[in-house]
Design a protein around this ligand. Sequence first.
Ligand SMILES: [Ca+2]
Length: 469
Amino acid sequence: MNKIVIYGISLLALLLACKSGKEETTKEQKPKNILFIAVDDLRPELNFYGSNHIKSPNLDKLAGESLVFNRAYCNVPVCGASRASLMTGARPTRKRFINAYTKKDSDFPEAISLPMLLKQNGYTTISNGKIYHHKTDDKNAWDEMWQPDGLWSYALPESQEIRKNTRRGLPMEMAEVHDSVYRDGKLALKVIKDLQKLKQEKQPFFLTMGLMKPHLPFTAPKKYWDLYDRERIELPESYIQPESTPRQAFHKYGELRNYENIPKDGHLPDDLAKELIHGYYACVSYIDAQIGLVLDELKRLELDEDTIVILWGDHGWNLGDHKLWCKHVTFETALRTPLIIKVPGKTSGQKTNAITEYIDIYPALAELIGLDIPETVDGKSFVPLIEGQSQEKDWAVSKFKDAVTLIKGDLFYTEWIKDDGIAYAKMLFDHKTDPLELDNLAEKPDYQEKVAILAKELRAKWGKDFLSK
Ligand SMILES: [Ca+2]
């Protein structure tokens, strides 16, 4: 095609654009919306990660239109801290972003959070459901903060009565009720209403959907329990706690034991373990359906081509792996997370094995919509991966309490350290030969040189303020 022809086509396009008027120009200039879906305690045990037993057709469909991160890691495996870190793009330190109760406002008040950056740049920002752990955290960043009402997580009066009279209530519930009786069903209806309202607005939006399941208790409508046959549910292959693994690596899963009918000590009976796995699967299918309702509405309103959709779980979860339940450890099962991003016109189901940390999400979203990244952000944008390029960074650092983990290539190296940075226990797994993390190499004579290199690298990568702040 010669220059004159190209010029002719460009001129024609320009004339057509002018003819269609202001509306066309506005659409052209409006930055992409962001639909930000957070799922509490979601494991990457999903079909697009190679599993084939959880029924999640809506997540599967979204993954087919997205870039799927096969190796995304949270920076701290506990709700509140993971979320505050992700929303600020800032790395946890020894004293910052510690536990479930972490608040962005207390731990890092001066950081410009992602919703704040977007609000400052003309976005309508809405927090729906569980985004931060605390319902009022970072409230100046939001135009609206909304929570579904409802007493706890239970639908049945008898379960609510038990909850009222005990510390945590029942660990599971199967109820023959409509999806909207539980809070995530109410959440989906609210997000749908928001989409209908935002469709009419001129500003771009940052609309969030913070789902509360599959977090304990595993409560879901019966039809989702009915998708699975308990007889076919198996305990994980890694249902063992090897002697070579440091004792610090395990815990007694106090979070689960706070619920009724869970033994206060010792490992769970197999039947109970399988019932819990069944309940977890039911909850994943339930939230999948709620996400599907929202994504269908996004399409029906013809907003899908103008909206980036990102879905993440706040950390991994042990569903019996290592004979553990819940999070709060540095095994890969607690650190690895589901992460998918749909960027219209750019993603169509690609998968990447590049290592990504959750602090990388903030700078990537900022870059995608053309905003400068604040200095308080420690993460590195993964936009090159969306563009089909490779990325230099091939590591992640996660931490929980005294444990810090360097993930690099196939190696997962954890040290438990004291305040002065000296290690008092070590753990090293090579996923090339030991993907289930059952053979700790850190104390083996043949690996001491490797351990020394990793120890040095861990300190170089955990951030300059790791010990002091
Ligand atoms: Ca969580």
